[in-house]
Design a protein around this ligand. Structure first.
Ligand code: 5AD
Ligand code: SF4
Length: 440
């Protein structure tokens, strides 16, 4: 008998990619193999995202496409996983293609749910948990270059930023047993991995109750001490609790990458208040000053939302001026998208015109392009240690990797291997990439 196959398509954030690896592992335990060929699949999972309306629309379009796969293969089962499953619950069964609905905390129940689905009934589990961290499950590494891996260290979020659906779809914040995290990291290193990204909605609030000393800085240090050849990254940090202790830990260890993703969302204290971000423009500037003082070579990236409720032209200018002041190296930029049932949807008016939102977003994107170009130009002439990730997409004669600051560096291939560290002198750049020559 041939093994059954599952095809997993992942949308949205890194957390979802990490969850898909847990799902892969749970499916493996019931003898499913993960396939990259959708036509061979007995089961198709879409691991979905609800963060903005267009993320959900994309999945809806995909579900409509998948109807034809079911026509070809009536035994095919389709499962909706992740944030959309949690947000829409049984409602999505009206979409005829879906057989299973599984929220982010219910993946251990997949074997049972599949049994139900195979008997011809629809199956759902969208119960959120206060404890589930999938701590001891060894993820199946998907999409993998054998060098970089994610480790999820906490789940959920209780910050309740007024625009954000995540606290509703991913539930209460909980941290994973540090011992299981350290063991997973050591195991990855032994298997040849050289870069680990610790993931959580808000990694700075990591804490483990059974060992009150174990906070995020200490955990990061434990991982860094596994081996100097193992690089450590993390995402995402909330500006309200990025501590000096954490910054000193980053500065102390060469293998903790000098790159902090610190979503600002807006440069206006009034807008930040309405967003319930719990910090002001001045607080954010103070944190940036601390980063630049304690870790002078640290890159800073951010997330920005254009056109939140009541955002005035002056508020928008505050965002642009803050971006210039910080000089972000990179940014993810979005138009505000109202999410049902959030505080903003219930209490505020989504009153910035679509055309104004678009224009403000364009201005933000334009400015960020300039800032990224300035940041890259500053690196020309500098030397960086680069971890090689693969062959450049543009030329087989070239390799690419990243420096500690998370910038992509392209350089000629002189018989190096993926996973090697090389020293590169930067000789040129585009707004997206650094170009260089390796040196001895
Ligand atoms: N509309 C637009 N962007 C949003 N984000 C979160 N919720 C929304 C929303 N309703 C953005 C924030 C967050 C990133 C992951 O997505 O910038 O940091
Ligand atoms: Fe959403 Fe705010 Fe939590 Fe981030 S910190 S997931 S933006 S509620």
């Amino acid at each position: 008998m041939s093994t059954k196959k599952v095809f997993i398509e992942t949308y949205g954030c890194q957390m979802n990619f990490s969850d898909s690896e847990i799902v892969g592992s749970i499916m493996k335990s019931i003898d499913y193999e993960v396939t990259t060929d959708i036509n061979q699949a007995n089961v198709i999972f879409l691991n979905t995202c609800s963060i903005r309306d267009n993320a959900e629309q994309k999945v809806n379009r995909r579900l409509r496409e998948l109807r034809s796969y079911k026509k070809k293969n009536p035994d095919l089962k389709i499962g909706l996983l992740g944030c959309m499953a949690e947000r829409l619950k049984e409602q999505i069964f009206n979409e005829e293609a879906v057989d299973l609905i599984v929220g982010p905390d219910a993946y251990r129940d997949l074997p049972n749910l599949l049994n139900v689905a195979e008997s011809g009934q629809k199956a759902a589990n969208v119960i959120l948990s206060e404890e589930e961290t999938y701590a001891e499950i060894e993820p199946v590494r998907l999409d993998n270059n054998g060098i970089s891996a994610f480790i999820s260290i906490m789940r959920g979020c209780e910050n309740f930023c007024t625009y954000c659906v995540v606290p509703y779809t991913r539930g209460k914040e909980r941290s994973r047993d540090p011992q299981t995290i350290i063991t997973e990291a050591k195991d990855l290193f032994d298997k040849g991995y050289r870069e680990i990204t610790l993931l959580g909605q808000n990694v700075n609030s990591y804490h483990w109750n059974e060992d009150s000393d174990m906070n995020f800085s200490r955990l990061l240090e434990h991982i860094a001490l596994i081996n100097p050849l193992l690089r450590v990254r993390f995402a995402t940090s909330h500006p309200k609790d990025i501590s000096d202790e954490l910054l000193y830990t980053i500065a102390k260890h060469e293998n903790i990458c000098k790159a902090i993703h610190l979503p600002v969302q807006s440069g206006s204290s009034d807008v930040l208040k309405k967003m319930n971000r719990k910090y002001t423009r001045e607080w954010y500037m103070n944190r940036i000053e601390a980063i630049k003082t304690i870790i002078p070579d640290c890159a800073v990236s951010t997330d920005i939302i254009a056109g939140f409720c009541d955002e005035t032209e002056e508020n928008h200018q505050d965002t642009l001026s803050l971006m210039k002041w910080v000089g972000f190296d990179y940014a993810f930029m979005f138009k505000y998208s109202e999410r049902p049932d959030t505080v903003a949807a219930k209490r505020f008016d989504d009153n910035v015109e679509e055309s104004v939102k678009s224009r403000r977003l364009d201005e933000i994107i334009e400015l960020q392009k300039e800032l990224s170009a300035i940041s890259n130009k500053k690196d020309v002439g500098k030397f960086f240690k680069v971890l090689i990730e693969g062959v450049s997409k543009r030329s087989s004669q070239k390799l690419f990797g990243r420096n500690s600051q998370n910038k992509v560096v392209v350089f000629p291939n002189h018989e190096f291997k993926v996973g090697d560290y090389v020293n590169v002198k930067i000789t040129n750049c585009t707004s997206a990439t650094l170009i260089g020559e390796t040196i001895e």
